[in-house]
Each structure stands twice: as structure tokens, then as C-alpha cells.
Design a binder for this molecule. Sequence first.
Ligand code: ZN
Ligand code: ZN
Length: 250
Amino acid sequence: MRYHLDTIPVWDALHLGGACPLCALRSRTEHTLVDRYLGASVMEPDTRIKVNDKGFCSRHQRMLYQKQNRLGHALMMQSHLDVVKAKITDAFNKAENAGGRCFFKRKAESTADGAAAFEQMDSVCILCESLDDNMRRYVYSFLHLYEHEAAFREAFQASRGLCLKDIHLVLSMAQEQMKADMYQRFVKALREKTLETLDTNKQDIDWFTLKFDYRNADKPWNNSKDALERTVNFLRGWTLGENPWPDDKR
Ligand SMILES: [Zn+2]
Ligand SMILES: [Zn+2]
């Protein structure tokens, strides 16, 4: 699949100089999307139908709520409830028609369908889907820049690389998108950078824990003050500490 190139935000994210540029892009995009869903776009019929059908996950409900637009948020939930009512009626019908475990296999499948319908409702989120689409476009642009611009390769080499959460998508898209020799070169660089960042985090978190020993109380922190946040963010994508895309650069 071809994505349109969007290289400027990717360069901007790398220039932020923080941990993972893709985490920074995800954070910025997520905030933009939350604002958009609470703004005028939700009144557009197409968007409204999608929101009514899919709703939002727990994380994104919390982000919508934090924006303090109670009426906008409530209006989306109001019409979403009508669609949810139809869906759960259908799901309960399937579950009820099945009966207990002594019934025939066909009926057991119907129970599973009823349960699966609830699971499906709980796992889908229109904002997560939009975010994933955006992230694929950014990863496409990231890989394009890596393949075609020496300056980008140098900037990546000087960065702290990517978090482990983002490597999955990057590697799978790189395999599809890059020429074989560049793919090999990229994987080698990514491997070195990732292990280098892991080793730095390990060294810093070692000293972080030793600083809790009273004998080290007066010794300098070196680079260890944010070692815990950095390590968690490296392992699972941005989770703790300051937002990777500062508010004043939005
Ligand atoms: Zn990341
Ligand atoms: Zn979500």
C-alpha cells in the first residue's frame, strides 16, 4: 500500500532530540485527533456515523474528558448509545438462543458469537484506528527519508533511536518498502542504536538505584535522574514523564 509522504513532521520529531520520534508523533497526532473529534468534524455526517458505530476506548474517553468539553463529549455518547443498544440486543439474542453447555455444538457457537460481539464492542475505537493510520503514514515517511536522505540517516544515528513498541511496525513496513541492501543497512543501524540505548538506560538506572544508598546521597545524579521514566518509555513507548511533543510546539 502507498502512503503519501509527510516528511516535515518526521524531521521535526527527530529534531526534538527526545527519546523515540515516533512516540512524539503519536502524542501530537493523538491530541490533534481528540480536538478534532470534539470539534466541528464530529458534526459531519460521515464522522458521526463512524463515532456512533465504533465509539472510543477507555484511554481516549479519558483524553476527551480532559478537554473539558462536556457537551461535545455528551452529544457523541448520546447518539452512540442508540447504536450500542441495537448491537447489544442482537448480542444478547445470540447468547440467549444458545443455552447451556449440554446443548448442541451449533448452539454453543451462538453463545460464543454473543460473547464475541461484546468483546468486539470493547476492543474497537475510532480514534485508535485514525491514530494507527496516521502512524503508518509517518513510518512510511520515516523509512523513505532513511532510504533517500543521508542527512536523515546521520540525524537518526545521532538520536536515541526508537522505543521497542514502535520497532514492530517499523521493521514490518521496512521489509515491504525498502530495497534489500538498504533494508539490511537499516536493520543493522537500528539494532546497534537500540542496544546502545538499552545499555545507556541500564547504566543510568543502575546508578539511579544506587543513589538510594545513603552513602551515595551527596554524589551527583549524572544522567540518572530521569532513568526510570526513560527506561519505561523505551520498553513500552511513551508512558511516563513529560509529553514527548511539548505543548508549545504543537
Ligand atoms: Zn516510540
Ligand atoms: Zn482509542
